[in-house]
Write a protein that binds this ligand. Sequence first.
Ligand code: SAM
Length: 309
Amino acid sequence: MFWLSWGFNVSEISKHVPIMVNEILTFLNVGPGKNFLDLSLGGGGHTEAILTKTSPDGLVIACDRDSSALKRSKVKLSEYNDRIRYVKNNFKDVDRVIHQHKDITLNGAMFDAGLSTDQLNDKQRGFSFLQESQLDMRMDESSGLTAKEVLQQLSEKEIADLIYVYGEERNSRKIARAITDAKRKNELQTTSDFVRIIESASKRTGRLHPATKTFQALRIVVNNELEELRLGLLSLVSLLPAGARIAVITFHSLEDRIVKNEFKNASRLKRVSVLTKKPVTPSRDEIKNNPRSRSAKLRAVEVLEKING
Ligand SMILES: C[S@@+](CC[C@H](N)C(=O)[O-])C[C@H]1O[C@@H](n2cnc3c(N)ncnc32)[C@H](O)[C@@H]1O
């Protein structure tokens, strides 16, 4: 195994391919000397593109709740270190980040929601139904309950509801019953156990793996993903200065609905002007080269002057 000089394992270099990079640069109106907030640093792809375009002196405040993402990006983006400020942060606490860095006038902010390829591929994290691992699924490994602990705490009905609401899974009741039986027999420990349990209750129809929606639902709950996104957007819309842009990439309809509604509400209040009447989606070429991009949707707004100062 090849090691970089500072002892970083090469296999830990990001494999994440950033999505709709040119669209993000355009909607954020990125240019020399401007400053941006990247709330979902991940593998650092969007941040790197922004830093390239904001040369020579534009800054990026780069945030993620996942310490591994911050660590990996610090290595990848070391040549830009004097223009990046790294912050471990959850979307919902973006107000604190803006406050702590108020010496920087921000020209825009972005969220690229969901999981990175690095998280999905990490055998320790439990995000993938294709890898044997503990049932964890926390983006921030230092806080909150693991997926297994969440399932241990919930009743059969609560599990069914979460799978139905956050996974939009029609077999939610059958799956919840199978999970509850397995819990009783102490047979729910790993991702492979979880997949087996789901498969026993729900057969494959079409191309989607039967575990896809249930994994998504549990991940959303473990990481409080929808509420974090909503609160983050609310803060940004009220805290960014006039003229700043906000761009958000989401990967499923539940997230996109939140972004659409929050932008619509802010627009009604004359706080933002919506730049994307319909969500922007990746080009055919991008989807061909990076199939993971196929469900991505981008929405963007520009912040307007506050009416009452
Ligand atoms: C799709 S990846 C971002 C990829 C990145 N734009 C790039 O170009 O490499 C999403 C990242 O956002 C982080 N994330 C997701 N939800 C978050 C939240 N509520 N608060 C903070 N970070 C979050 C994840 O940990 C993950 O690293």
